[in-house]
Ligand binder design. Structure first.
Ligand code: APR
Length: 287
């Protein structure tokens, strides 16, 4: 739980803009938060498009947009697994921060009037206590694997024998064995949505997430560049149905600029660990 009394507020000007916008929410309002890598930055997980997202294979440096692809996995599954097992180690060592906790508190206050959509596969929302049934993990989960072919739609937790790797540490024979599909003997793969793949409802709850965006009275986007399709569609759906848009990001970004240009929008140019508790506290008080 977040400690409300100790949580810092956003600067007075932003607080005033938030209070004015939130005061116009209808009674029994519905809320959706859509989070990206920035919400986990304070937990020590590098964002995708920041400098630590790059990865070297041999003499070439790859961007995440190249590593996180089915094409790269077909070409070089070991390097892709190396990258994911390095990320898995970072995510397992990380702890949820004040922003994750604040969204758990908000869920407790709003119940079924709240939904969380996250692009993060780091597991921190669920570890903080957000309920899985109201948390749409639209880009997958690093703790799950499935057949790369696939011979079955089944998913499994990352096998116990699969230890995370340090940067530049190669896969071992034990990794290779454990990352073999029990059904067909081919490679298992991480259960994440790659850049050259498309969303679906069954595995990534794409339609559920978009319906929530069209259903909500307030959409809070947090720590995302909005470079992928779902956040763009979700923001459009929310704005078209006249929802209030609040963007939380210490840097300028498309959603913040959009929010600033709307009658019903606020850009909170602060880090998530400060902005999200300030918003969640206000929404819970209005619930
Ligand atoms: N609080 C809030 N936002 C932050 C913070 C912070 N403390 N630190 C950084 N940010 C912002 C950055 O300014 C940037 O806008 O977080 C954003 C992170 O952007 P990306 O790295 O592009 O992450 P994201 O938008 O989640 O990426 C989307 O792309 O790589 C794929 O599937 C992957 O889910 C990922 C998706």
């Amino acid at each position: 739980m977040s400690d409300d009394a100790a949580a810092p507020d956003v600067p007075p000007e932003t607080a005033a803009a938030l209070d004015a916008a939130l005061a116009e929410l209808p009674p029994g309002f519905r809320a959706v938060a859509l989070t990206g890598a920035g919400i986990s930055a304070a937990s020590g997980i590098p964002t995708f498009r920041g400098p630590e997202g790059f990865w070297q294979v041999g003499s070439r440096v790859y961007e995440p947009q190249e590593m996180a692809t089915a094409a790269m996995f077909r070409r070089d599954p070991e390097s892709v697994w190396q990258w994911y097992l390095y990320r898995l180690g970072i995510c397992r060592a990380a702890e949820p921060n004040a922003a994750h906790h604040a969204l758990v508190d908000l869920d407790a206050a709003l119940g079924r009037r709240f939904r969380l959509i996250t692009q993060n596969s780091d597991g921190l929302h669920l570890r903080a206590g957000s309920p899985p049934e109201r948390t749409d993990r639209v880009h997958g989960d690093l703790e799950l694997v499935r057949c790369a072919r696939p011979c079955t739609p089944e998913m499994w937790p990352v096998p116990e024998d699969v230890e995370p790797l340090a940067r530049d540490e190669p896969l071992t024979a034990a990794h290779r064995r454990a990352l073999t599909c029990p059904g067909c003997g081919g490679w298992l793969r991480p259960h994440v949505l790659w850049f050259d793949e498309t969303y679906d409802e069954e595995r990534f709850r794409f339609e559920t997430a978009l319906e929530a965006a069209a259903w909500t009275d307030v959409l809070v986007t947090v720590g995302t560049t909005g470079a992928t399709a779902l956040p763009t569609f979700a923001v459009r759906a929310a704005v078209e149905s006249d929802a209030l848009l609040i963007d939380v990001n210490p840097e300028g970004n498309d959603f913040g600029e959009l929010a600033e240009g709307l009658d019903r929008g606020v850009a909170v140019r602060r880090p998530a660990e400060e902005g999200v508790p300030a918003i969640a506290r206000r929404l819970a008080a209005l619930a």
